[in-house]
Structures are given as C-alpha cells and as structure tokens.
Design a protein around this ligand. Structure first.
Ligand code: GTP
Ligand code: MG
Length: 320
C-alpha cells in the first residue's frame, strides 16, 4: 500500500495536549488508523477523556478525507458500480466460485458453518493461498491473516495447497494469530492489524469465531456480554474490510435444534449477532465421499443454492 502516513507523535490537534496524544500513540501509530475508531473506544483503550477522544477522532477523519478527497455520499448508480467492480478472488474450486457469483468479494463477510470435519478449516487454508495468486490468475496478489482460535492452522497444509496453485513461499504471506483470550484478540486486532494489513494482507480469516468466546463467557447470564464482544470484534473486521478493500471469512460451529416432528435442524451458533454481521452464510457438510456447501442466507445468492467439492491431499477441489 503506497499511502503516505502521519505518525501520531508528529501530529497536532487543537485543544489536545501532547501528553494525551502520547497516550493515543501507544494505541495507534498513525493518524490514519485513528480514523477507524469510535471516540469511546479510543478513550477506553488509550485511557483519555471521551471529549478529547472525540476531538482526536474527528481530526483524524478530516485529515484522511482531505488527503484522499474521499466522498461519503454516492448516488445509487455510482454505488452499484462500485459494488460490481470491486475486487474478488477465486476459491480455487470452480463450483464454489460459481455459487459465490465469481469468487470471494472484498468488503463482504463470508461465514462457513458446519460440524466437525465439514471442511471449514480446509477451505480457510485454501483461501489463504488463493488470495496470493496474482490478479491475472484469479487472486489479489495479497496476503492473509489467519486468526486461529482452535489451534488447527497447518503450515504443511498451506504448502501442499500452494504447490497445486504454483504459489511460491506461501507462508511468507500468511500471518498467524493465536490469541490466548478475547482481550488479547481484541488488542491484536485493534492495535496490530493496521501494520499487518499495510504489509499487503487482503483477507482476514477467523477460524473459529465462537471458540474463544464460548470458553470465556460461560452460562446464560454471560450471554449478553458474550454477544456484545463478538459483535465488537466483527465490527472491527468489517471496518478494515471497507477501509483496506479486504474480504473476511469466518467459520462457525453448528447447534442442533430439536424439531418436534422430523429431523433435527442444524443451525450456525452465535445467534443474531453473527447472523447480522455475516453478508453471506453457508452450511458445509460431508455427504458420502464428497462435501457440500449450501447457502443459507445472502443478499445475492439464492437460499438453498449449493456446490459439491472434494478435500484431497492437494486441497479443496471440484468434485469429479
Ligand atoms: P472442526 O474444526 O473440527 O469443526 O472441523 P472442520 O470443518 O474445520 O474440518 P476440516 O476442514 O479440518 O477437515 C475436513 C476434512 O478434510 C477432514 O475430515 C479430512 O477428511 C479432510 N482432510 C484434512 N486434511 C487432509 C489432508 O491433508 N488430506 C486429505 N486427503 N484430506 C484431508
Ligand atoms: Mg476446523
């Protein structure tokens, strides 16, 4: 990214003292990063007054706008064109690309839910490779950030898949994050991601979104707090997605909902928060010797539309 950046330490905001900006600099290195914060969040993380944080965030947004001349309101026609012409990359599986309307689009959040062994982690590994393909070959020529909450990230699997696509040194462009708890995850996402993203990441992966939160927020009485924290994280991922033209992929576990008559229903975990944060939701499942991915909610893809795929030593592939 060839963006000129303004260090917070060299910045001046009228009405805000040097000491306050010094505290802010510990949370965000560049003014451009502050533009993504809400005043309350900045106040909280930097340990400053909300009123000062408001001045700082507004000044940051003004600076970004003046530099990029970024408009904030668009005619519907212009907006539609932006949506249609935004970047996307291949999943490496023709049938899944077709299901997705071409591939994985930046700005969107893709949720892949399913039982154990349904292929969620394999698909995430493959996306971390295909996003690296050059644009001429269906990729974005960028890296991936892999937030691994379950400890199943596999470097050797990435290398095996990369071989198939002819991607060299794939692990150089995959940033692995293994947070110990929710607090650390938020700290990494908010304070370290800007730097990683500037090194060229175009895809954010969370495998899985729910694991850490389930372990930490136990019991019914913690549910509201848990949902709020999940929402907070997803909101930050979406801010990066918009600001830096990235795609977001999250995996989710499923809950079995008993139905009075008929087969039990499998639903993604996490309730309304994850449902609303995801742009496109899919259920993955094993079916005999192959796997199926089915759309359960999307503004563009028909509900119930599905694609078949295989998982082999080479990665995720089209069914024969
Ligand atoms: P959980 O994380 O447990 O919920 O499951 P998941 O949906 O993430 O499953 P994952 O993607 O890890 O694995 C799906 C399936 O891929 C496994 O059950 C294996 O059948 C298959 N698989 C994983 N690695 C390999 C491999 O190296 N070679 C082959 N042939 N198959 C593999
Ligand atoms: Mg998994």
């Amino acid at each position: 990214m060839s963006e000129e950046l303004t260090p917070v330490r060299e910045w001046k905001v009228s009405g805000v003292g040097k000491l306050t900006l010094e505290k802010v600099a510990r949370v965000a290195e560049y003014v451009e990063d502050i533009a993504l914060f809400n005043p309350e969040e900045l106040a909280d993380r930097a340990g400053i007054d909300v009123e000062k944080a408001m001045l700082i965030v507004r000044a940051a947004r003004r600076l970004v706008r003046s530099r990029e001349g970024a408009r904030r309101a668009f005619r519907g026609t212009e907006y539609a064109k932006m949506l249609d012409t935004r970047d996307m990359f291949t999943t490496g599986v023709r049938a899944i690309d077709e299901l997705l309307g071409g591939g994985m689009y930046v700005w969107d959040v893709y949720e892949f839910a399913g039982e154990f062994g349904s292929g969620k982690t394999q698909l995430c590994h493959q996306l971390a490779v295909t996003v690296q393909l050059p644009p001429g070959k269906g990729g974005l020529g960028g890296g991936a950030v892999f937030i691994d909450t379950e400890g199943t990230f596999s470097p050797s699997r990435i290398e095996a898949m990369a071989k198939r696509f002819g991607v060299e040194n794939p692990l150089e462009n995959v940033y692995v994050v293994r947070p110990l708890n929710v607090d650390e995850l938020e700290e990494i996402v908010i304070e370290e991601f800007p730097r990683i993203i500037r090194e060229g990441a175009r895809l954010l992966i969370v495998d899985s979104i729910i694991a850490l939160y389930r372990a930490e927020f136990k019991g019914r009485e913690m549910l509201a707090a848990r949902q709020q924290r999940i929402n907070y994280l997803l909101d930050w991922l979406k801010r990066y997605a918009r600001r830096y033209n990235m795609a977001v992929a999250i995996t989710n576990q499923v809950l079995t909902q008993p139905v009075p008559w008929g087969a039990a229903l499998k639903l993604p975990a996490g309730g309304n928060i994850i449902a609303h944060a995801s742009t496109h939701r899919f259920l993955l499942r094993r079916s005999g010797d192959s796997w199926v991915i089915e759309c359960i909610d999307s503004p563009r893809i028909a509900r119930g539309a599905s694609a078949k795929f295989l998982i082999t030593d080479r990665g995720v592939e089209d069914a024969k």
